[in-house]
Design a protein around this ligand. Structure first.
Ligand SMILES: NC(=O)c1ccc[n+]([C@@H]2O[C@H](COP(=O)([O-])OP(=O)(O)OC[C@H]3O[C@@H](n4cnc5c(N)ncnc54)[C@H](O)[C@@H]3O)[C@@H](O)[C@H]2O)c1
Length: 316
């Protein structure tokens, strides 16, 4: 089975690529190593996935000519590549280009794959908006350019399924954390601040925000389960996350306790587009994918701390 994974140098895509390669799938990883965050971290991920047997291609998915040489015999595409996050430094155009245009171009590529069995679009709970506490049949109401463009990408993919051009589904992930978490995200920032005595930048009001923090290994297993039952998934949208929610404050306290360090806070104004609460309703994932996230909040944080310490030489 030949699988194309986009965004394979990134946080979640690299774990997925590695997992499937170690299960003896023929995995091709594609990524443009965008400079949204430290490219050294992505290079390091590329080395890890190559060690696991993934064939890595550096290419920018906005430009069709850059991946035409990949061939026409992929069985599956798992699409992680995106402009993620809510950074004020990310332009409107970068979200449109890397979430909407990239997905459009990838769909054109997918339509030429003679034996494509399924296109998995990786979506996000951000499409739901301020409160992502609902099931898949509730209309999304995104409040950020990130959420809006990810919803557009999702609908583009599902529209091809509705027209029976490709078989496809969309998996909406919830606050993924664990080893290789992006440096702009909560736990990597907390751990970095605690270990280096830096002040943690706290957006006003965010201590009370609640999230379905989901360990990356549990996300990878959920997507793998989806791959196994792809025949039953055409046209589906499925929430993939941990059913428990935790506040940012609990995150801070857990990192402090595990590292036995006090984290100092630097207060920032509220962040535009931030969600108030997410809690994954995963009845559908349980039913269709036999999905059951297993890693606890505390255990996941411990794993991430271990990873951070082991990689500390390359963190800047
Ligand atoms: N991290 C989370 O908590 C989370 C939650 C929900 C959904 N998601 C989704 O999961 C996916 C992966 O997120 P992540 O956190 O691993 O982010 P990431 O930034 O680490 O990975 C995305 C990768 O896509 C690549 N990319 C971006 N534009 C590209 C382009 N034009 N051509 C080729 N490659 C390109 C980047 O270089 C990066 O390596 C995204 O689609 C994101 O929306 C993430």
């Amino acid at each position: 089975m030949k699988i194309l994974i986009t965004g394979a140098a990134g946080f979640i895509g690299s774990h997925m690529a590695e997992y499937l390669a170690l299960k003896d799938y023929d995995v091709y990883g594609i990524d443009n190593l965008s400079n949204y965050y430290d490219v050294n971290l992505k290079q390091h991920n590329v080395e890890s996935i190559a060690d696991a047997g993934v064939k890595f291609i550096k290419a920018d998915l906005r430009f069709p000519e850059q991946y035409q040489d990949l061939g026409r015999d992929f069985d599956f595409i798992i699409h992680f590549a995106a402009q993620p996050g809510l950074s004020k430094d990310s332009t409107f155009q970068s979200y449109v280009d890397n979430n909407v245009l990239v997905t459009y171009q990838l769909i054109q590529f997918a339509k030429h794959q003679k034996q494509l069995k399924h296109f998995f679009n990786i979506s996000t709970s951000s499409v739901y908006g301020k409160y992502a506490t609902v099931s898949e049949n509730v209309a999304p109401q995104p409040i950020s350019t990130y959420g809006i463009t990810k919803l557009a990408a999702e609908q583009m993919v599902l529209s091809e399924s509705r027209q029976q051009n490709i078989k496809a589904s969309s998996l909406r992930l919830y606050s993924v954390f664990g080893p290789r978490e992006r440096p702009d995200k909560l736990f990597t920032k907390l751990i970095e601040c605690a270990l280096n005595d830096k002040k943690f930048p706290l957006y006003e009001g965010s201590l009370k925000h609640q999230r379905s923090y989901t360990y990356v290994g549990d996300i990878v297993k959920g997507i793998y389960n989806a791959l196994k039952v792809h025949n039953a998934l055409d046209g589906e949208i499925i929430n993939l996350g941990h059913f428990e929610k935790h506040s940012t404050q609990e995150g801070v306290l857990n990192v402090e306790k595990i590292l036995k360090k006090h984290i100092q806070i630097k207060n920032l104004p509220p962040r535009s587009g931030d969600q108030q609460e997410t809690q994954a309703i995963i009845d559908k994932a349980k039913l269709l994918l036999n999905y059951q996230p297993k890693t606890s909040f505390r255990e996941g944080i411990k794993q991430q701390i271990e990873w951070y310490k082991s990689q500390n030489k390359i963190m800047v």
